[in-house]
Design a protein around this ligand. Sequence first.
Ligand SMILES: NC(=O)c1ccc[n+]([C@@H]2O[C@H](COP(=O)([O-])OP(=O)(O)OC[C@H]3O[C@@H](n4cnc5c(N)ncnc54)[C@H](OP(=O)(O)O)[C@@H]3O)[C@@H](O)[C@H]2O)c1
Length: 244
Amino acid sequence: MAPKLLLLGGTTEASLLARTLAARGVEAVFSYAGRVSSPKAQPLPTRVGGFGGVTGLVQYLQEHNITHVVDATHPFAAQMSWNAYEACQQVGTDLVALTRPAWQAQAGDHWRPVADIDGVVDALAGEAKRVLLALGKLNVPAFAAQPQHHYVLRLVDQPEVTPELPHHTVVVARGPFDVAGDRALMQKHGIEVVVCKNAGGIGAEAKLTAARDLGLPVIMIDRPALPPRGDVATAEAVLDWLAG
Ligand SMILES: NC(=O)c1ccc[n+]([C@@H]2O[C@H](COP(=O)([O-])OP(=O)(O)OC[C@H]3O[C@@H](n4cnc5c(N)ncnc54)[C@H](OP(=O)(O)O)[C@@H]3O)[C@@H](O)[C@H]2O)c1
């Protein structure tokens, strides 16, 4: 039976894989969570929105005769990754993750690692600073606990509700980003601290180089625990896995 693939996306790497699959004529459906108002168009049939937990995903896999699932979600999208793992186990569908190594601090970096968002909020106790939050809209409310800072929020969409932070600036921008642009952003806003997730990969790495160039400290959130699925690092390796 020819493979029919479900590609769980939302990352630069997933979009690159979609191009490879389309170019090779692999039958595949691209899936977005629906977090952003106008997601990047894909060269594959695309569905948008949650499946309805593990039960909903099991049903989707069965109804659409999915033979293979590639989890190319962001490493912090742990709920989706666990759901995919459990649903594929239940149905017996092959699963692989397209992953990227975590970023490693280099000479000249001033990183403070923390376990989660609460760890960032604790690390920000103290005098008022200008802080770049490169985190996504869902994490913004937690920073109300440290209201003294001026937060620069880099978000994909203009927020529908004004963030409840007394001092903030919203910058609407969508990756992938480049070093010159990120350095200019940090200089323009007088950034003193950068907060980000250890996403790894290419789409969001520029801010780390920019922070290093400017000698800025980075509060780096460690990755959450992910399921014990097999993983590959490139689109070509996904094709090899499909062929195997
Ligand atoms: N977390 C981040 O920092 C981050 C950064 C960049 C991009 N993203 C992308 O944004 C999306 C949402 O991330 P998240 O952290 O909110 O995810 P999450 O917490 O792991 O997932 C929450 C729920 O959203 C739905 N969902 C997530 N990804 C989906 C996908 N690709 N297709 C269909 N439904 C999906 C699922 O709903 P049901 O249970 O109803 O199926 C899932 O249970 C992901 O696709 C991820 O790749 C996330």
